[in-house]
Ligand binder design. Structure first.
Ligand SMILES: [Zn+2]
Length: 286
């Protein structure tokens, strides 16, 4: 916990230091541009390949081949989903929330990409439509689909409140992956990673910089559509926080199912090739 009053006086250069203009750490214009028109043209005549229903306070896995689309859909009522992505066939390569945040900002929307962890750092998926893009950033600095939270988990819950709660997104994702792998949840757990918080409305409080949540604006009919840049295994948890307006890590909130739809286009987007390996040679100067 930070002190409410600083212990140290501002030095002589302090005011000037605070007035320095910030610079963007990773200007995204160096990245391969997103040809949204080409992605969207590939939807024409696509086939619904699979529908996966995710029950409330549970998670389910799903596979998406490179060149296919998937939609995470709100049905029945406002509900937040915690999304994990792995490279199909190599669970060591998975979504890298931290670098995705550094590249695209605290919240993702249309045209942003989900990147994989080091030493891979290649695009896993591209967001091709976000029906909640109208929300933008509100007066509290909140927005939708964050990569700043991690996932609700029973360890943090135990530290803060004690007790054993088994329906946190971390455990839900662990069970879903365990079912897919045919291993115990404790083994699968090691592959669960920081998520994309689909439909969740979050920010950092201006005064204390603390992570906050507020009722998600998502309603049945809303969806987040992504294009798979590589063969993917995904898993998504219908968070026990429901719309995350009050509490999570308990059975108190009203929860709803989520639906994942996988679509196969007739042909991949024009000019598209699956994401290749990162160009760094990995010699690290040795
Ligand atoms: Zn959760």
């Amino acid at each position: 916990m930070k002190l409410t009053e600083p212990e140290h006086v501002r030095p002589e250069h302090g005011l000037a230091a605070q007035a320095v203009q910030p610079v963007i750490c990773y200007p995204a214009d160096g990245l391969q541009p997103v040809d949204l028109a080409a992605y969207r043209a590939a939807r024409a005549g696509w086939k619904l390949q699979e529908r996966v229903l995710v029950p409330p306070r549970e998670a389910r896995s799903f596979a998406v081949s490179a060149g296919c689309f998937f939609r995470i859909c709100s049905i029945e009522g406002p509900q937040v989903g915690d999304l994990n992505l792995w490279a199909a066939g190599d669970l060591e390569e998975h979504f890298f929330s931290g670098k995705t945040r550094a590249l695209h900002g605290t919240h993702l929307s249309t045209g942003d990409r989900m990147w994989s962890n080091l030493p891979n750092l290649r695009m896993m998926a591209t967001i091709t439509e976000d029906t909640l893009d109208w929300y933008g950033f509100d007066a509290f600095g909140a927005s939708v689909h964050d990569v700043i939270g991690t996932r609700c988990d029973p360890y943090t819950h135990n530290l803060l409140s004690g007790g054993q709660y088994h329906q946190c997104c971390h455990s839900n994702l662990a069970r879903a992956l365990a079912d897919h792998m045919g291993v115990p949840a404790q083994v699968a757990e090691a592959h669960v990673h920081d998520v994309l918080n689909v439909f969740m409305c979050t920010g950092f409080s201006r005064d204390t910089g603390q992570y906050f949540m507020k009722a998600s604006p998502v309603r049945p009919g809303d969806y987040l559509e992504l294009f798979a840049e590589i063969d993917l295994l995904g898993a998504i948890s219908a968070c026990p926080g429901g719309d995350c307006s009050t509490v999570h890590s308990s059975d108190q909130a009203a929860c709803h199912p989520l639906l994942v739809e996988v679509y196969q286009p007739l042909a991949p987007p024009e000019g598209w090739v699956p994401a290749g390996a990162n160009g760094y040679d990995r010699s690290h100067g040795r």
